[in-house]
Design a protein around this ligand. Structure first.
Ligand SMILES: [Zn+2]
Length: 110
């Protein structure tokens, strides 16, 4: 038989019961401690992984909100820009129509 802890070959002490997995009680204990330590590490990593995914979810949600707001702001900017451009064009047309008489009246001429 081969010990699952040290890998040494050992003789089965007796034929009764299930086959032993370790050459001695100390190696059986160390294997148990190793498994316990690994289980604790897995638990820690699981918690960290879960927290990281939660963070991803939060950032993705915030991103979606900001992205939607950004789209609305861009549309609002385009809207006000279009309006202002129309006023600008109307102003140019109106001013051009006034050009022959377009002389600023100074305050002392009033
Ligand atoms: Zn052993």
């Amino acid at each position: 038989m081969r010990c699952e802890w040290c890998g040494d070959v050992f003789d089965r002490p007796n034929r009764k019961g299930p086959a032993p997995r370790f050459c001695c009680q100390a190696h059986r204990q160390r294997a148990f401690e190793d498994r316990r330590m690994l289980a604790a590490q897995v638990a820690t990593l699981t918690a960290e992984r879960d927290a990281a995914w939660k963070e991803v979810e939060t950032v993705a949600t915030n991103f979606a909100t900001l992205d939607a707001e950004n789209t609305r702001l861009r549309e609002a900017l385009q809207h006000i820009y279009d309006h202002t451009n129309r006023y600008e064009n109307e102003w140019h047309v109106a001013r051009a129509a006034l050009v022959p008489q377009a002389r600023e009246v100074t305050p002392d001429e009033q």
